[in-house]
Write a protein of this length. Structure first.
Length: 107
């Protein structure tokens, strides 16, 4: 009969780290926080946004919807859809705005 050797390994060494997973999220039962463009899109989804500044490009107002920014050409569209100018327009950094993919224009 062959000799048997017992190897004792602490349980912490047996866990496998997967991308996007952490020990904290596994214990709490919650998902790990979103990162990058996904977090920005989620944060501004359903909201009107623009970047600060005084150029014609800075003045563009976008609706973030379905993972994209949609340039809103008409203040009448905003009013018809329950948005108030300028109260409902959020200024976000140019860097954040650039991370949101461009969608179709809203007229």
């Amino acid at each position: 009969m062959p000799n048997r050797i017992a190897i004792i390994v602490p349980a912490a060494l047996l866990s496998v780290a997967l991308p996007g997973c952490s020990d904290r999220s596994a214990k709490s039962g919650t998902a790990s926080p979103e990162t990058g463009a996904t977090a920005i899109i989620s944060k501004w989804n359903g909201k009107l946004v623009r970047r600060p500044g005084s150029t014609s490009e800075d003045a563009k107002v976008y609706l973030v919807r379905d993972g994209q920014k949609h340039w809103v050409l008409s203040s009448a569209w905003m009013k018809r859809n329950g948005y108030k100018w300028p109260d409902d327009v959020n200024q976000i950094s140019a860097e954040e705005l650039e991370q949101i993919p461009i969608g179709s224009v809203i007229e």
